[in-house]
Design a protein around this ligand. Structure first.
Ligand SMILES: O=c1ccn([C@@H]2O[C@H](COP(=O)(O)O)[C@@H](O)[C@H]2O)c(=O)[nH]1
Length: 258
């Protein structure tokens, strides 16, 4: 059983600070990163960030505020969280190059992570808001734009991570939410893949929330995901991607197991 922290950012999405602190403490030994997003940050602010990081044992901080505003406002917001020294801070890539550059310049020590296409959105959802075509096309286009504007990380679906990697090269950190271990509920996520598939396709950091925090034992859930990834990454004969537990007979994508 592996105890080395896995390349996982556990999403501490809770209204209740004590709950988030408990999750951070329980999962900290098994994950590289804690993710504080809008739910926890808007309710409890900077103290939630400081305290969850401490509870996690000083894991990397992914501040997922998904900034999206005019460049001057985004620069000010980014400066406003500078004291928290986040490893990553998210902005929406669709805010445009000038907005992304403003965040990058405001927070040079942080990897500004540009969110391409939310993993909850289907192709039909995108077309309803006027983005015609497969999510992959938009993800590639937005990733290229964001990296050209100075973003050093990209948030995308694991379904698109291989294409985004081909687009932006090896030096950009690729972060994938929408990750579901085999059998886990998708909830509101639509463009999902397994942890192993996301890494195989080029992800550097997997964002996983409810499959860990919604488990009866979040520590065990995080530990098991880390152990599965370690088994998958161990040297040996080429591995068959097997999300359905049927020896690789099924197709790669998780929903095809169901
Ligand atoms: O496209 C995106 C961008 C961010 N997220 C965030 O990731 C986690 C996912 O949590 P789960 O419980 O594993 O679904 C959540 O905090 C989102 O705000 C995303 O899902 N998709």
């Amino acid at each position: 059983m592996s105890t080395k922290p896995a390349p996982v950012a556990v999403a501490l999405d809770a209204q209740d600070l004590d709950t988030a602190l408990r999750w951070a403490e329980q999962t900290g030994p098994y994950v590289s990163t804690i993710k504080v997003g809008l739910e926890l940050y808007l309710k409890h602010g900077a103290q939630a960030v400081q305290r969850t990081r401490e509870a996690s044992g000083g894991r990397d901080l992914f501040l997922d505020l998904k900034l999206h505003d005019i460049p001057n406002t985004v620069a000010g917001a980014a400066r406003g969280v500078a004291a928290l020294r986040p490893t990553y801070l998210t902005v929406h890539a669709s805010g445009g190059a000038a907005m992304i550059r403003a965040a990058v310049e405001a927070l040079p020590q942080t990897r500004i992570a540009a969110v391409t296409v939310l993993t909850s959105l289907s192709e039909a959802d995108l077309s309803a808001v006027g983005l015609i075509g497969p999510p992959l096309d938009a993800a590639r286009r937005l990733a290229a734009l964001a990296v050209a504007a100075g973003a050093r990380a990209i948030v995308c679906s694991p379904r698109e991570v291989a294409a985004v990697r081909a687009e932006v090269g090896p030096d950009v950190t690729l972060i994938t939410p929408g990750v579901r271990p085999p059998g886990a509920a998708h909830g509101d996520q639509t463009r999902v893949a397994t942890p192993e598939q996301a890494l195989a396709d080029g992800a550097d950091l997997l964002v996983i929330g409810r499959p860990i925090t919604g488990a009866a034992d979040p520590a065990a859930a995080a530990r098991e995901i880390g152990a599965a990834l370690a088994r998958w990454a161990a040297p040996g004969p080429p591995k068959v991607d097997d999300p359905c537990g049927d020896g690789g007979e099924s197709a790669r994508l998780l929903e095809e197991c169901e």
